[in-house]
Design a protein around this ligand. Sequence first.
Ligand SMILES: Cc1cc2nc3c(=O)[nH]c(=O)nc-3n(C[C@H](O)[C@H](O)[C@H](O)COP(=O)(O)OP(=O)(O)OC[C@H]3O[C@@H](n4cnc5c(N)ncnc54)[C@H](O)[C@@H]3O)c2cc1C
Length: 355
Amino acid sequence: MDYPDICIAGAGIIGLSLALELHRQGSRVTVLDQGEPLSEASWAAAGMLAADDPDNPQELYPLSVLSRSLYPGFINRLFDLGGVAVPFHTSTTLQEVNPDRAENTRGLTLLAPEPLSLLLPQLHAEPHRFVLLDEHSVNPRELAQALLAAVRATGIDLRSHTPIRMVRSRSGGIEVHTSSEILTPSRFVDCTGAWGLTAMPPGQVRTMPRKGQMLAVELPRSFPLHLVVRTHSIYIVPRTTGAHAGRAVIGATVEDAGFDKTVYPSEIARLRARATELLPALADAVEVETWAGLRPSSSDGLPLLGQVSERHFIAAGHYRNGILLAPATAVVMAQLLAGQKPQVDLSRFSPMRRG
Ligand SMILES: Cc1cc2nc3c(=O)[nH]c(=O)nc-3n(C[C@H](O)[C@H](O)[C@H](O)COP(=O)(O)OP(=O)(O)OC[C@H]3O[C@@H](n4cnc5c(N)ncnc54)[C@H](O)[C@@H]3O)c2cc1C
């Protein structure tokens, strides 16, 4: 039989971005997903490319900066391949910081009250607690459409509703078991996000779901919002172009609830109340949608990027930043799979670390 060079488990943004990168390098790639492609965390996200978020772990910074720099090329390539454009919806984020923790701001200047009030007169917060970040956002659902169109245009073998039951190393190869066949690619990459197909020995880092509930509102006409507003407990991300222009996404809860994706009106009300406290104009905003997604977290909050055994690799656990980190993850994982030194040091993300 004709088996792929590389088999990827999981058709989220991580698995499909990697598939495109490997295809570009000439590999024959098969991607299997247990459900529909891009219908889990990669669909549920807010879409902030938050490389400078002070709440991110410091260890993520080099990968985040690389990914941010790759983004324009990444979305241009999706357009060239599949013909679907991915616009940036915002280019600025008003970020709350703790001024007592200088290391958080990475040298950014705190905003003086005057420019801040010019920027967003409706903000109810202490101005000295905010910085302005040069940060973009995308709509993950537009990104999903573009990524899927690009993957389909390449002829990458993408199979929906094909859960991988087991992966087993055997002498000189690796077996990928579905319910109907056993694939024997030369290498396998686990990109199953929160599900974590790769069995980790006790004490070793592992992936786990972290639920996030969110809502979208129609902004009042009197309150056009063109930047992201983010505190340590809430973010408001406007959509500024396309079919959903004039809406804003408000998120998100962070919960350990297993694989439960139920949306609870009490949690949505709490998010709304917090957002309205910050931006009182949101009191008049009409709720248009609620949903929940499962962030792929890990036992130490860092992604797992690397080699598990000779032919078995993993790229998972991107937690709150998988939309941002997808282009860089694809590049460094493709380098690793090609036997090259990744351009960002991945030792801190080793899947063999203790967690
Ligand atoms: C509420 C919320 C807000 C977020 N906001 C942002 C944000 O603003 N910015 C940002 O950068 N990130 C954000 N994220 C995080 C981001 O969405 C994730 O880090 C990213 O989508 C992870 O991508 P993934 O491909 O690893 O996982 P997923 O998109 O979850 O894909 C994993 C895939 O693996 C498949 N799978 C699982 N098990 C198997 C199996 N056994 N066989 C075959 N397939 C399998 C699943 O069906 C799924 O399709 C947010 C996440 C949530 C939930």
